[in-house]
Design a protein around this ligand. Structure first.
Ligand code: TUI
Length: 314
């Protein structure tokens, strides 16, 4: 069985995090992953604090195991949610899309383990100085808001820059990806797209179907012009957005085009106006299955790969 320090630190069986996908990673999905031995993470996204509180309570009603909340630092509700996670005593906070420095001390004082996503070596060093618990190094293969570097390039550099445990994210679909991440120096992995196919994931059936039918070149990045590149499925919406982006649509109009697009995909399955966030591994998601089975399959797969690889060493 593969167990690393991060399992001990967090009190989890397998070093597998389920990514905090906005509007998708709710209390039900997070609880299922935690029950399966990984770390389930509720996404705050752009949702109000009341939604996040409700989801935390749902998760707590379904599992006694540790759960996390992902705070999207660009959210208009970030201050309220930063306070809420302390009131609700969540076990772990992960952050994304920015610098969480100003909240770290308070969270630590509340006994919350803080695990920020870092997209650069400079941010990894800064977070290490603040004494966070671990770091997530997320490469640009991931879905949603993406950084510049790929996982295979980012992870070893982050590992070299810190003594903290590093969790690799972006482009990981199965045991091979988990094994590769461990070989790069990571102690654990975070997956988002793979969990879209979980039985407990309550996205619109159209969203699930699109993931299950995806092929290798079916994601694209839009939003670079406004400074917020986002990877999603190559749908009518994404292609129209891209055309507008490179066709000179004014910034305010372009921003308007994306408002509510995520919710429309997740809740309505709207392929005309919805933005279906997905990572490059969408094509490797083959079937719907319980979250716990996904976690187990990832770790059994990694173990088999690592055992096989060690046989090459003379
Ligand atoms: O955050 C994500 N993925 C996301 S957030 C999101 S919602 C959104 N909606 C519209 C525009 C943008 C986002 C959908 N998917 N992943 C974690 C992540 N964090 N990736 C990259 C980063 C990151 C970027 C900059 C972390 C730190 C950072 O620091 C910048 C600074 O302040 O120095």
């Amino acid at each position: 069985m593969i167990q690393s320090k991060i399992c001990e630190i967090l009190g989890i069986r397998y070093p597998v995090f389920q990514g905090g996908m906005a509007w998708i990673a709710d209390g039900k999905l997070a609880a299922a992953v935690s029950e399966g031995g990984g770390l389930g993470i509720i996404a705050a996204g752009n949702a109000p604090a009341s939604y996040v509180r409700e989801q935390i309570r749902i998760a707590r009603s379904l599992t006694q195991k540790p759960i996390g909340v992902n705070i999207m630092l660009m959210s208009p509700y970030v201050e309220e949610i930063a306070a809420l996670v302390m009131e609700e005593k969540v076990d772990v906070v992960t952050t994304g899309a920015g610098n969480p420095s100003k909240y770290v001390k308070d969270w630590q004082a509340a006994d919350i383990k803080v695990i920020p996503v870092v997209a650069s070596v400079a941010m990894a060093k800064l977070m290490t100085r603040l004494g966070v618990t671990a770091l997530i190094a997320e490469g640009g293969e991931s879905g949603g808001h993406v950084g510049e570097l790929t996982t295979v390039v980012l992870v070893p550099q982050i590992c070299d820059a810190t003594d903290l445990p590093v969790i690799a994210a972006g482009g990981i679909a199965d045991g091979r990806g988990v094994a590769a991440a461990l070989m790069l120096g990571a102690e654990g992995v975070q997956l988002g797209t793979r969990f879209l196919s979980a039985t407990e994931c309550t996205i619109h059936p159209t969203y699930k179907e699109k993931i299950l039918k995806a092929t290798d070149l079916c994601t694209m990045v839009t939003g670079k012009r406004l400074g917020h590149p986002v990877r999603s499925l190559r749908t009518r919406f994404a292609l129209n957005y891209s055309k507008a982006e490179y066709g000179g649509m004014p910034d305010e109009e372009l921003e308007q085009l994306a408002v509510g697009a995520l919710r429309l995909a997740v809740q309505e399955g709207d392929t005309e106006k919805g933005c279906f966030l997905a990572g490059q591994i969408a094509a490797m998601v083959k079937k719907e299955q319980p979250a716990a089975e996904i976690v187990k399959e990832l770790m059994d797969g990694a173990e088999a790969v690592l055992k096989g690889a060690s046989a090459w060493v003379r």
